[in-house]
Design a protein around this ligand. Structure first.
Ligand SMILES: Cc1cc2nc3c(=O)[nH]c(=O)nc-3n(C[C@H](O)[C@H](O)[C@H](O)COP(=O)(O)OP(=O)(O)OC[C@H]3O[C@@H](n4cnc5c(N)ncnc54)[C@H](O)[C@@H]3O)c2cc1C
Ligand code: SF4
Length: 671
């Protein structure tokens, strides 16, 4: 990377600048299949700091990648230049205007923080990705996030009012309904009217590519909306004004059971007439994975079926809401149903199971690891059933499996497929290319909410004509002619099978430590359970969950389950060279892990960091002298047995401050 970059950043930026292996390992991945270690990671303090970093990167033609929660699933928030994490300092909700129903936020503000503050005024942000407890507003704008309630409130692009942005040339402007703020933009739209009208904005979940339709005169020349979903490739969002909606009253959950997921999908178009607030699909096999992992008690009662629709319906009062729920259930083609008010504890439990879908779907019922890459395609809801049947045939042909769920009301299907990435990475290209042909044949979009990232940008040529792709290239160069903003995404794409994380890692088979029986006796497989969904970054205590206490204390990626797993994955890929088990990065990542086992029960992907830590320490110190605190704390039962021989002496010694302080220090503990 360019000479003097780190020095320049350190001397001009007030926030933290990191170039060490620990941060590079933590930020090399998001929730995708890719590994792209950055040259530098920066935590800017404020807008001025961010602008300074961007100027330094621009002068050196160094790629700049923005990051919020890092929960992108397609490799959208990783890059090999400067990665800016805005979630650390630029994370405030600045103001809420309950009359105008808007909120002004910093880009690193976590979605659930905004929801909490807006709720005081009876308001909420409409779109709500399942990752809302750690996803940031900047990241939601970057990816055009949606979520279950997008069926009622639209995508993120439908919920922005104005954006304060910085483009790739260093120009700062406010984007809203005026194209004149960007030179030559009006001309660009006038020259491309036909292709924009015919190929863009064809249906609700056309998230792939740039959303050029918002620039059209009939859509109000809305530049702010057009910048949503551009994945940090055109502008950096410095601050945003988003619109809020009243919290719908009296929500009821209607669960409908069907003989298959495709049958559930067939029912969607007619049920949409009931104007639901959310309409989600859930595969029975996903529930089976939960039963296997957490026991039958973990699953609330569900109506009979091999697939379910979970529909939220509201009404002005409880009576009308109940009547609306009954009417919807009556209109369904199935008689298998359960209706629950929001106050029923099962309602929250069922929604939580749905939200944990991506983590749970990371394993097939046969126990094989399943990967993203084709995880959020969307079709118009009328063709959803047909698409699902064809997609099931495609998986069968490739002898792979995946659990289907997602935002069925919007035609958006989530699935992780057990492609054998470690043995045969080529299958990712073959499978996703065929899937892309299939979804476009159904009039759909490669991505229905996660964006294109590294996983799908290359496939845009199957979805858009040459003219449309040329228009997207021209649009990009109006903002970032040098191509330094998050390069390789959407325009000039990197190959979808370059820089994959899993194939780099070599097996580390069991020795005399843990058996890793659920992972074929392979430590590498075990640590790759972490796919980066980032639930460990959230405070899950409201749900009676405790993962991850060390992160709750420090708010540092070093001390969170995900960050630790990334460092261990780097170890298995040989990223720390010959130091491996003894690497200082590994030591620092694991040092503050309390081995509390909260992740073992709360992480939907089944990460058990306490076990990995014990294995690492075992391999690191086998037949070697350990640090003093290992003996002091690890042998506590022995010491307490010994103390029982002469309790008075032990108590007397421990009451002398000087002596106990010396003993604690000698034992490697904080006095
Ligand atoms: C388990 C799981 C479930 C998910 N469920 C959903 C779902 O229901 N609905 C949904 O829509 N998505 C979902 N996602 C995808 C993802 O969580 C969302 O897209 C989320 O909004 C990303 O937010 P983030 O803060 O993590 O963004 P990041 O991953 O950090 O960034 C996202 C993109 O935005 C860009 N970016 C970040 N900040 C800025 C900025 N200030 N200016 C310009 N660009 C910026 C990044 O460069 C990147 O391209 C899910 C992901 C996972 C892992
Ligand atoms: S075992 Fe370690 S990583 Fe897992 S939740 Fe506890 S402190 Fe966090």
């Amino acid at each position: 990377m360019s000479d003097g970059l780190v020095e320049a950043l350190r001397s001009h930026v007030r926030g933290e600048v990191f170039e060490g292996g620990l941060r590079r390992a933590q930020y090399a991945s998001d929730a995708s299949n890719y590994r792209v270690p950055p040259a530098v990671v920066v935590y800017p303090l404020d807008v001025d700091d961010l602008i300074t970093v961007a100027a330094i990167a621009r002068d050196r033609r160094t790629p700049l990648t923005l990051r919020g929660g890092g929960t992108s699933v397609a490799g959208n928030s990783i890059g090999d230049g400067v990665v800016l994490d805005l979630s650390v300092h630029m994370n405030k909700v600045l103001s809420i205007d309950p009359v105008a129903r808007t909120a002004r936020v910093q880009p690193g503000a976590v979605m659930s923080t905004l929801q909490r503050e807006a709720a005081r005024h009876g308001l909420r942000l409409g779109p709500d990705p399942s990752t809302s407890t750690r996803a940031t507003i900047g990241g939601m704008i970057g990816n055009n996030a949606c979520g279950p309630h997008a069926v009622a409130f639209g995508k993120m692009s439908d919920n922005v009012v104005e954006l304060d942005v910085l483009d790739g040339k260093g120009r700062r402007f406010t984007a809203r309904d005026d194209l004149s703020v960007v030179p030559r933009l009006e001309r660009f739209v006038a020259d491309n009217l036909a292709v924009i009208r015919t190929e863009f904005g064809r249906f609700g979940r056309q998230v792939s590519g740039y959303s050029l339709e918002h620039l059209l005169p009939e859509h109000g020349h809305d530049l702010a909306r057009a910048l949503v979903g551009t994945e940090g490739t055109l502008t950096t969002v410095l601050e945003a004004t988003v619109s809020l909606v009243p919290i719908p009253p009296n929500p009821y959950l209607v669960v409908l059971g069907y003989p298959s997921m495709a049958a559930a999908a067939d029912d969607v178009p007619q049920l949409l007439a009931h104007r639901p607030q959310a309409m989600e699909g859930l595969d029975a096999r996903l529930i089976e994975v939960v039963r296997q992992a957490r026991g039958a008690a973990a699953v609330p009662e569900l109506p009979d079926g091999a697939g379910w629709l979970m529909v939220e319906i509201t009404g002005q009062d409880a009576e009308s809401a109940m009547a609306a729920a009954a009417a919807l259930a009556g209109d369904a083609t199935t008689r298998s149903s359960r209706v629950l008010p929001a106050t029923d504890p099962d309602t929250a439990r069922l929604w939580r199971l749905r939200a944990d879908g991506a983590g749970l779907g990371g394993r097939t019922p046969a126990g094989r690891q399943a990967w993203p890459g084709w995880e959020d395609a969307a079709v118009p809801p009328e063709t959803l059933g047909a698409y699902l049947r064809d997609f099931a045939r495609l998986m069968e042909r490739h002898r792979v499996d995946g659990l289907v769920y997602g935002h069925f009301g919007d035609g958006c299907v989530h699935v992780r497929v057990d492609l054998p990435l470690e043995r045969n990475p080529e299958i990712l290209r073959t499978f996703t290319t065929e899937a892309a042909r299939l979804v476009t044949a159904h009039g759909g979009s490669l991505s229905g909410e996660h964006g294109d990232g590294r996983a799908r940008s290359e496939l845009l040529e199957l979805m858009y004509s040459t003219a449309a792709r040329t228009a997207m290239g021209q649009f990009k160069s109006l903002f970032d002619p040098a191509g330094t903003l998050n390069p390789g995404l959407i325009v000039d794409p990197v190959p979808l099978d370059r820089q994959l994380r899993r194939p780099l890692a070599l097996p580390i088979l069991r020795q005399d430590g843990f058996a890793f029986g659920d992972d074929d006796g392979d430590f590498t497989k075990a640590v790759h359970r972490c796919v980066g969904i980032g639930k460990c970054r959230a405070d899950n205590s409201h749900a009676g969950e405790f993962m991850c206490p060390s992160f709750q204390a420090t708010k540092d990626e070093t001390h969170v389950t995900r960050g630790r797993a990334r460092v261990l994955q780097e170890l298995t890929a040989g990223g720390f060279g010959r130091r491996s088990w003894a690497a200082v990065e590994v030591r620092d990542a694991l040092d503050l892990c309390l081995s509390c086992k909260a992740c073992a029960s709360d992480c939907p992907a089944g990460v058990d960091m306490a076990r990995y830590k014990a294995e690492v320490l075992h391999r690191r110190y086998r037949r070697r002298i350990r640090p003093a605190n290992h003996y002091v704390l690890g042998w506590l039962p022995r010491w307490s047995r010994l103390a029982r021989v002469s309790p008075r002496l032990v108590n007397a010694v421990s009451r002398v401050p000087m002596l106990s302080s010396i003993i604690l220090r000698a034992g490697g503990m904080d006095a």
